[in-house]
Design a protein around this ligand. Structure first.
Ligand code: ZN
Length: 77
């Protein structure tokens, strides 16, 4: 594990590494970044809350969070 310390560009506080996660039904999943505007998915012509990311490049999100002010610095890798 790296001992590099990151400081917040907004307030100078200590920043910690992390990633974005969201709850889906009964488990948690990592969030991904997709370039562009979201495309709504449809099943048999019915549109729900799902989005269609087929054919899109999904990038893992990693980032830093300031423990003092909450500022986030995200990277899509
Ligand atoms: Zn800060």
């Amino acid at each position: 594990m790296s001992d590099i310390r990151y400081n917040c560009p907004k307030c100078g506080g200590a920043m910690v590494k992390g990633y974005a996660a969201d709850k889906a039904e009964h488990y948690f999943m990592k969030l991904a970044w997709v370039d562009g505007e979201p495309k709504q998915a449809s099943l048999l012509g019915i549109k729900g809350h799902n989005i269609d990311v087929s054919g899109e490049q999904r990038r893992e999100l990693r980032g830093l969070r300031c423990e003092k002010c909450g500022f986030l610095e995200l990277y899509a890798i």
